[in-house]
Ligand binder design. Sequence first.
Ligand code: AMP
Ligand code: MG
Length: 343
Amino acid sequence: MEIIKQKRVWQVFVLLATVFGICIVIKGRADISSSRKGFFAMDTYMTVTVEGSKASKAAELAEREVNRLDEELSTGIEDSPVSTINRTGEGYLPEDLDYLLKRSYEIYQMTEGAFDITIYPVMKAWGFGGDSFCVPKAETLKELLNHVNMDGLQYDQQLHVLHLESGAMIDFGGIAKGYTGDRVASVLQERGVKSAMINLGGNVRVIGRKSDGNDWRIAIQSPDSAEQYLGVVSAHDVSIVTSGGYQRYFEKDGIVYHHIIDPDTGYPANSGLLSVTIISEDGTLADGLSTALFVMGKDDAIKLWKEYSDMFEFILYTEKRELYVSSGIYDTFTSELPVYIVE
Ligand code: AMP
Ligand code: MG
């Protein structure tokens, strides 16, 4: 009898240990869970993938931050601060916009005006501000270009009040998603997220490495086909931002007109590049430069990189279907196409 009793005690012990063990395994699995959230904002489809505990809550916060910024930055939302300034010629810039105005001016100076947020009157004339596209007359563009000049903005830094001269308008479309990626990354990191990928319609920001310890792998879309890739970048803790005429355009009389405008001519940039990818820890800079380098063309883009090679890396894809890649990321970029390394 005694022996049987002891056996029962052991059986109960083994049963409890097993259940407890299973609980630990299940809890462990939950800790490395991953959550992916997709949503539509800023005129594009976005996805946020978060790995680790509380992943779904973090993905929800990411969406909230994107929507908050969309409401501030959008030229399409009637009452956004940007729309109000464009309509009335004057307005207050909340903190995010104050920061973006300063960063935009930095990039404007760095790129000798290739990036210029005062391009908006010209964007509108082409119909890129709304839905009905048209090819403006040359004299219309000539007149509108008189208002394209970031140096003409008057900004009271103390009061955060921006004043536009008559006819001038601003648009942060060339830098907004890069900044949004930076902000979402901050929000997630403040919540303790160590591993995430934020994909804002081709503007990608990665936090840390994947939970298996490997770098994130980001495919760069080919301008020639939505089903093809130029190559894959392996990276951690950076933004990877791509600009290209193929992302938004219309066709009239057999000619394709895209949405990245050369501030010198008022016409869609025709610099011999089909796409520009910028890799940088600074997503705001990456976005501004992806637009600017697309306007500038290969040779000037390379010249600029040589001056600021500590701040960003690039992948340029030309109309001749050649890939130029800066030396700092060559090791982490794989492609089946021939690649020219720029030292
Ligand atoms: P991205 O996709 O980052 O190259 O940004 C393209 C968007 O930037 C356009 O849809 C416009 O809103 C805006 N944009 C177009 N041309 C310029 C330019 N030269 N400088 C600044 N922003 C521009
Ligand atoms: Mg950009």
